[in-house]
Ligand binder design. Structure first.
Ligand code: COA
Length: 245
């Protein structure tokens, strides 16, 4: 299994587990994540979801999957994002190592993100001949200001966990060996608070950005699909895959 699902008390942990590929996300992994979230939402015993990886959070979408994608309909990544964006219960993320592409943009939809100071967050969309997704073309500027958002999105330059915390892209950065413990403590803290108030608070927070987010995600989706199938991106994917042998 490349995504493990475990429950400890009221906290359900979804853990990416494909270390040999730095947790690059396949269609099956997105499906497992979506299912895990749906299960968590339906189970009254679950109050908080903890999303984690291992030494790396994730190297982003599997590039072989990107290269193979021909159909125009919504992808598993899209379904996963839709589920995460509207998710009613708090989501805490624990981020170590690389968090690439969707590995960074999905963090914009988590409620608390605990990152390693040494984590490397990247949104290399332009380097791949792609465009931002997960609403990041709009949300990132709201979180970190327009200047940083434009630089990070246009250049794809890596961002350390420390820098991400200073900018407000993640909630806090801690030493690498403290990430898991800190994230679990945050999840347990949230799980112990009154669930009705938690649900209502999250509903209000989501509602505040809902329309702008939907508009941004619709535009991104159209553009992403077109760019993904374009020659510019496909040539870059081939180069990456040949490099990997
Ligand atoms: N898709 C498919 N395979 C990936 C991958 C991805 N997104 N990211 C890493 N891998 C694979 C590598 O091909 C390599 O496989 P191999 O051992 O069979 O050759 C393995 O994971 C380890 O990666 P490697 O590149 O050797 O690790 P690194 O520490 O030198 O670099 C990254 C780590 C994340 C910087 C680098 O792997 C990378 O740039 N990956 C692509 C990230 C990306 O562009 N994702 C899409 C975002 S939209």
């Amino acid at each position: 299994m490349t995504v493990s699902v475990t429950r400890e008390g009221a906290v359900l942990t979804l853990r990416l587990d494909r270390p040999e590929k730095k947790n690059a996300l396949t269609q099956a992994m997105y499906r497992a994540l979506s299912e895990g979230l749906r299960t968590a939402e339906a189970d009254p015993e679950v109050r908080v979801v903890l999303l984690a990886g291992g030494m790396d959070f994730t190297a982003g979408n599997d590039i072989a999957d990107f290269a193979a994608r021909k159909e125009e309909g919504p992808s598993e990544a899209f379904h996963f994002l839709e589920t995460l964006v509207g998710f009613a219960k708090p989501v805490v993320a624990a981020v170590r190592g690389h968090a690439v592409g969707i590995g960074t943009t999905l963090l914009l939809h988590c409620d608390v993100v605990v990152a390693s100071e040494a984590a490397r967050l990247m949104m290399p969309f332009t380097k791949l001949g792609l465009v931002p997704e997960a609403g990041s073309s709009m949300l990132l500027a709201r979180r970190v200001g327009a200047a940083r958002a434009r630089w990070w999105l246009l250049s794809g330059t890596p961002i350390s966990g420390h820098e991400a915390a200073e900018a407000g892209l993640v909630t806090r950065a801690v030493p690498d060996d403290a990430v898991e413990e800190e994230a679990r403590a945050v999840a347990q803290l949230l799980a112990a608070l009154p669930p009705g108030s938690m649900a209502e608070t999250k509903r209000l927070v989501l509602a505040a950005e809902k329309e702008a987010l939907e508009t941004a995600m619709r535009a991104e989706r159209e553009s992403f699909g077109r760019m993904l199938r374009g020659e510019e991106a496909q040539a870059i994917f081939r180069e990456f895959l040949n490099r990997s042998g």
